[in-house]
Write a protein that binds this ligand. Structure first.
Ligand code: GAF
Length: 377
């Protein structure tokens, strides 16, 4: 990818760029817990966005997306927001850096990526983190700390892209470390690296190719439900809620909000239980908890879809250790923890049965847990 970007950059801008990259992420467990102050357990992956960048001595940013084969140009004032949705991610990052009192000057850039779009692997966080990291390095002597870089990406989603997301995706993209998952406490922002190398198992993603798009999806509505319940219970976030507290106020929340909160309360404990099980090497328990999460996301939080439920059923029938929908939901992938000896059989069955039912094969994505945001020398 670096060669491709170098070539395209040279054709357009005729100067020597610096290269930066940041990764997409998986999440083993802990879904929709981040904006509830709970725990998540993600890792960065070997699918990333890379950008070639150089300052251009103007007050304009000129961007070329090698994948879309489209360009955009914008200034750095609030009124200069580009009309292209994809360019708003980069504009938003520039604005959020400036709003925090740091420097951004005009630059030229060409970027590309291999994070499948709409699959729930956080291509948008990878893009934001790549540019946040680059602007910190190019213009600010790396004075912005890594958490602030993640928050710059998150605020970009909130203020320029219409998704009221939590911090998980940008955190994973910025902090990712090779062969490690990270348990993040989204309230205190304390985190711990967990080396992840499950002997005898593979992690595989099965992409339903149902388009996952959080902008305009009911994602923000789920968050509002959680905030309503937290307010009714008199707690800041559902992190501080228990099932007893929820049941005591059952009459004061809607049936729908009750189900949403029930899921979140269960899920925040599951993350901790998975971490404990991993430390014991108990993958059967990890897998069982993944299935529980799927059930919760499907029946209580209602962010699954028919195709993903079907893939989950196939996994169960094929004796896959753990399987669940991954990411924000409404499409995208399942994440599966599969014993080595079952892997080929599962992949074959998933492809055949899904194809029979939906007329196309799901895409199998093997992932390697990798480093996060970086300058590529
Ligand atoms: C999306 C969001 F961007 C994350 O913040 C998180 O809430 C996730 O959905 C669900 O766990 O990826």
């Amino acid at each position: 990818m670096k060669e491709l970007l170098a070539k395209q950059f040279a054709q357009r801008f005729a100067t020597n760029p610096v290269f930066y990259a940041s990764s997409g992420r998986i999440n083993l467990i802990g879904e929709h817990t981040d904006y509830n102050g709970g725990f998540v357990f993600p890792g960065a992956i070997d699918k990333y966005i890379m950008a070639a960048i150089n300052v251009n001595g103007t007050d304009k940013v000129r961007v070329y997306s090698a994948d879309l084969q489209e360009s955009a140009e914008f200034g750095l004032q609030e009124a200069d927001a580009p009309k292209e949705q994809w360019a708003r991610y980069i504009f938003g990052v520039c604005r959020e850096v400036i709003k925090r009192g740091f420097t951004v000057k005009g630059f030229d850039t060409v970027f590309a990526g291999n994070v499948p779009l709409g699959a729930g692997l956080s291509s948008s966080a990878a893009l934001e983190s790549c540019f946040a990291y680059a602007l910190n390095d190019l213009f600010n002597e790396n004075k912005i700390d890594k958490f602030e870089l993640a928050k710059i990406g998150q605020s970009t989603e909130h203020n320029y892209c219409g998704v009221n997301c939590g911090i998980m995706d940008q955190f994973a993209s910025v902090f990712g470390k090779k062969n490690c998952l990270m348990r993040l406490d989204c309230r205190s922002l304390e985190y711990e690296y967990f080396p992840f190398d499950p002997q005898g198992y593979k992690l595989v993603l099965v992409n339903s190719k149902v388009k996952h798009e959080l902008v305009d999806s009911p994602y923000n509505k789920r968050r509002e439900s959680c905030e309503r319940v937290a307010a009714t219970l008199g707690v800041e976030t559902l992190r501080d809620a228990t099932m007893d507290m929820l049941n005591a106020k059952k009459a004061d929340v809607t049936e729908e909000d009750y189900k949403r909160a029930e899921y979140v309360i269960g899920e925040k404990q599951r993350v901790l239980d998975v971490c404990d099980a991993l430390e014991r090497g108990d993958y059967e328990t990890v897998g069982r908890l993944m299935y529980e999460t799927h059930y919760g996301l499907s029946k209580q939080y209602e962010v699954s879809c028919e195709e993903l439920d079907f893939l989950n059923d196939i996994a169960k029938e094929s004796k896959v250790t753990g399987s669940r929908i991954m990411g924000g939901g409404f499409g995208g992938c399942t994440i599966n923890l599969v014993k080595d000896e079952l892997y080929d059989h599962f992949v074959e069955i998933a492809k055949t049965r899904f194809n029979e039912k939906y007329g196309h094969e799901p895409v199998i994505i093997d992932v390697v847990i990798s480093d996060g945001a970086r300058r590529c020398e």
